[in-house]
Design a protein around this ligand. Structure first.
Ligand code: URA
Length: 223
């Protein structure tokens, strides 16, 4: 049916001011498939230039794992290997993180792993407060989409940035914190544990605490 024929028919039916709000199927301007919030967020991160780190990256490191995970593990920032491969925790520290995840009775694909920063800082220096602030909205959106039951902050940089504190990691361990309504446990960064293997015992204590909190009904968790 042509537009003129349609208009004539509508006038006969007493609907002269009929407006096509959405293109009909098959017409050139038909909208494409609706983008998922994850795809939209990932695309925004890929194009991000909110801080100077974008200039030096090979690629952004968005995060990996199950988007329905109960466990969200947050590290610091991509290193050299992560920047090259586009995935968090793929180097030696990543292998130890995988062992820590297995010690929790989980697998890497069953948790979600992200970082404070999506881009690699030069020479693996600590993220600046400005860089962390520029990036935090992306992590907030990931948390909103995942809705994890528990967050494990690995390392000083992740813990201090998430908790907005300068308290030493040794003092942040061993208690239950909260981040955006989600219980948060602090443990050592696997890269540190590679340098100080005697601290692995404390990290194991942290994982046991995290498991205990994970199994505690939310209304009974005291932070
Ligand atoms: N260290 C981190 O904190 N994150 C990574 O992705 C790799 C190393």
């Amino acid at each position: 049916m042509t537009d003129a024929e349609r208009q004539a028919l509508l006038e006969v039916m007493g609907i002269p001011n009929w407006i096509l709000r959405r293109p009909l199927p098959g017409l050139a301007s038909e909208p494409g498939p609706v983008e998922s919030p994850w795809d939209a967020l990932e695309a925004r991160v890929r194009e991000c230039n909110r801080c100077p780190l974008h200039a030096g990256r090979t690629q952004t490191v968005f995060g990996t794992g199950s988007r329905e995970a109960d466990w969200l593990i947050i590290g610091e920032a991509p290193g050299e290997q992560e920047d090259l491969q586009g995935e968090p925790f793929v180097g030696r520290a990543g292998q130890l993180l995988n062992e820590m995840i297995r010690a929790l009775g989980l697998s890497r694909s069953g948790v979600y792993i992200a970082n404070i920063l999506k881009c690699r800082p030069p020479d693996n220096r600590d993220p600046s407060p400005e860089e962390a602030r520029a990036c935090e909205g992306y992590l907030h959106q990931q948390i909103g989409l995942i809705q994890p039951a528990i967050i494990l902050a690995v390392g000083r940089v992740a813990a201090q940035n998430l908790l907005q504190t300068t308290v030493a990691i040794g003092k942040l361990r061993g208690t239950v914190h909260e981040y955006r309504g989600v219980p948060l446990i602090v443990t050592y960064h696997p890269a540190y544990l590679l340098r100080a293997p005697l601290e692995k015992r404390k990290a194991w204590d942290d994982l046991k605490l995290a498991l205990k909190i994970y199994r505690t009904p939310k209304n009974q968790i005291v932070t």
